[in-house]
Design a protein around this ligand. Sequence first.
Ligand code: SF4
Length: 168
Amino acid sequence: MNIAPQLLEKYNVPVPRYTSYPPANHFDEQVTGAEMLELIRSSNNWAPDHIGFYIHIPFCRKICFYCGCNACTLKSTSEVTRYVEALKQEIRLVAKALNRSRKVTQIHFGGGTPNSIPAEMLEEIVRLISSSAASSWLRCRSIISERRMRSTTPSRANISWGSKGLMM
Ligand code: SF4
């Protein structure tokens, strides 16, 4: 491969991980809960007004030595239950701030390893989003989940959500 030395020099610098937007170096703990809700409300005036939900499941059975994600070892079922309950509270809070005429076009489960927790819990989360929504929210085109292949069995492979399927 023939790469111009100027390009190599230009891009040979440390950069933030770009797996999320905004990238982690733009996260700011100074933003309060009230400010966050106000930002969510103000997004009701944006165009296009489609909504994408990112649901973070931080648990992994074992932490890989190269991991740069916000992940922790799965220790107990009660810890997972507490996390999922908190997640559901946050979904209810966010749903109240969102204009119901908006469409949810994508739900993405990331982690961590989303399929390290019981599939029923993920189903509960999808059902909650569905039940918090007006019918116009249900035109979701895509439900995606990151996964650990070794933990995927045919019985865990599909979670139904109306006529759609969540591939785990
Ligand atoms: S599976 Fe992914 S998120 Fe989990 S520890 Fe390994 S690299 Fe990190």
